[in-house]
Design a protein around this ligand. Structure first.
Ligand code: ZN
Length: 276
């Protein structure tokens, strides 16, 4: 394993799937900006010769098939991001299984791609989610928050114990599924967005850059071979003032010789490979 820090740029191409449950047509239209912004991001990545990982719900694949093929043709990785972007915490197993399979079918139909990585919509998961990912041959997940700059093996069966006849926390059994953990602080949405009655963030890009770059600098010094990952949404990061920040941040990160930009899958493959 090389000891460089691995920079993972990830984009969740949610488009209108984020807003489809609203009754407000203006809210729906917010998702369209995601489709407008994807080409901007592809251009930015191309000018720096960088590959990223784009998580695409089946909803987006079927709504914007050309856009998804364009991402694929840019050399980027496509990851599974659910079917309609619904949280499945309260769903039954049959629903969750069907959604996983419909998401796979949509990416296959539109782009001929079978993703090996999964990111749950809204980062909401159950133990069942991980079992279904293993069953469907996924290699990695990116929905949990159990570490920050190092991958780990997903366990199945974790649960709170009663602390009386059993320990206060029960650790489940490890699987081969690799977790590449996420964080809300490394997500553009809660920093930047305004959702009437629900979220009033609207931070200046300089504030977000301070947070993201702080994590980068710490990880570069303290976690050799680790990763630094940010989660972005084209409909959020794709506005001018934020794009300028992203472009500048990418260039600053690229200036370090001990940092490698890569896709999540390439990083996971390297992490899993036996040491040579
Ligand atoms: Zn999403």
């Amino acid at each position: 394993m090389d000891t460089r820090l691995h920079a993972l740029l990830t984009f969740d191409v949610d488009t209108m799937s984020l807003w489809r449950r609203s009754r407000d047509a203006t809210a729906w239209s917010r998702g369209e900006l995601g489709a407008v912004a994807v080409p901007r991001l592809l251009d930015l990545l191309a000018t720096r010769d960088l590959r990223a990982t784009f998580f695409v719900p089946g909803f987006t694949a079927l709504t914007y098939p050309e856009l998804v093929r364009r991402i694929r043709d840019g050399g980027h990785e496509l990851g599974h991001h659910g079917w309609l972007h619904d949280s499945l915490v309260d769903a039954d197993e049959a629903t969750e299984r069907r959604d996983l399979e419909r998401g796979l079918e949509a990416l296959d139909e539109v782009a001929g791609v079978r993703p090996v990585g999964y990111r749950s919509p809204a980062w909401a998961t159950t133990d069942r989610t991980m079992r279904l990912l293993v069953e469907h041959g996924f290699v990695w997940d990116s929905s949990l928050m159990g570490d920050d700059h190092s991958p780990y093996r997903v366990r199945i069966g974790d649960r709170p114990g009663d602390g009386d006849t059993e320990p206060p926390w029960i650790f489940g059994a490890p699987t081969d599924l690799v977790e590449v953990p996420v964080a809300w602080s490394a997500d553009d949405f809660p920093h930047f967005e305004y959702v009437p009655g629900r979220l009033d963030a609207m931070k200046p890009p300089s504030a977000v850059r301070e947070i993201w770059q702080g994590d980068f600098e710490w990880a570069r010094r303290h976690v050799p071979g680790g990763f630094w990952m940010i989660t972005m949404h084209p409909q959020v990061i794709g506005r001018g003032h934020r794009l300028l920040m992203l472009e500048d941040l990418i260039d600053q990160v690229r200036a370090h010789t001990d940092v490698a930009f890569t896709t999540v899958s390439d990083y996971v493959d390297e992490w899993r490979a036996p040491a040579t």
